[in-house]
Design a protein around this ligand. Structure first.
Ligand SMILES: [Mg+2]
Length: 167
């Protein structure tokens, strides 16, 4: 059986997304984690490169979601320059909320990729909706307290994954 915590794709940053491959796999929706994936958790807004990337992805035809377990204010402020569907308190790793949002857009969980820096929230959430889990290396070493507690388990899973893949 496939390990639900092992990512399908491993990238160093969101700028390395294998877009052609995702399109070939029928992925229509990209759901991005925010903290330590698009920006450090203590940075309120996306930088210009992230804003450009999102504009490009939209133009290319992807539907975009910000999918964060963080609170409403954080997500609302972060989304001001991105203007995508923004989901706060997303309940990751559960896929319940994500599935609802994706279906409301007219797509299926299996047409969705989740991009994030944590296997226990983001990658697992992707697999819970039958989608593709993309692990993007954490942007920096600073973590919110709750993430700091969970990070060692995440690191362990990624070490096993890398060993399995020979990375
Ligand atoms: Mg994160």
């Amino acid at each position: 059986m496939k390990n639900p915590l092992f990512p399908d794709i491993y990238i160093k940053s969101i700028y390395e997304l294998p877009l052609e491959y995702l399109e070939e796999k029928g992925i229509k929706v990209l759901a991005f984690d925010i903290d330590n994936t698009i920006a450090p958790y203590d940075v309120a807004e996306p930088d210009d490169s992230a804003v450009e990337l999102f504009a490009y992805l939209k133009k290319r035809g992807f539907r975009l979601i910000l999918l964060s377990n963080n609170h409403k204010e954080r997500i609302t402020i972060f989304n001001r320059k991105l203007n995508v569907t923004a989901v706060y308190k997303a309940g990751k790793p559960s896929g319940k909320i994500l599935k609802k949002v994706v279906e409301k857009m007219g797509y299926k969980g299996s047409e969705t990729a989740v991009i994030g820096d944590q296997v226990f929230t983001d990658v697992w959430c992707a697999h819970n909706v039958g989608g593709i889990g993309i692990y993007s290396q954490p942007m920096c070493n600073r973590d919110q307290l709750i993430t700091k507690v969970k990070r060692p388990a995440d690191k362990l899973v990624m070490a096993l994954y890398k060993r399995r893949k020979g990375i």
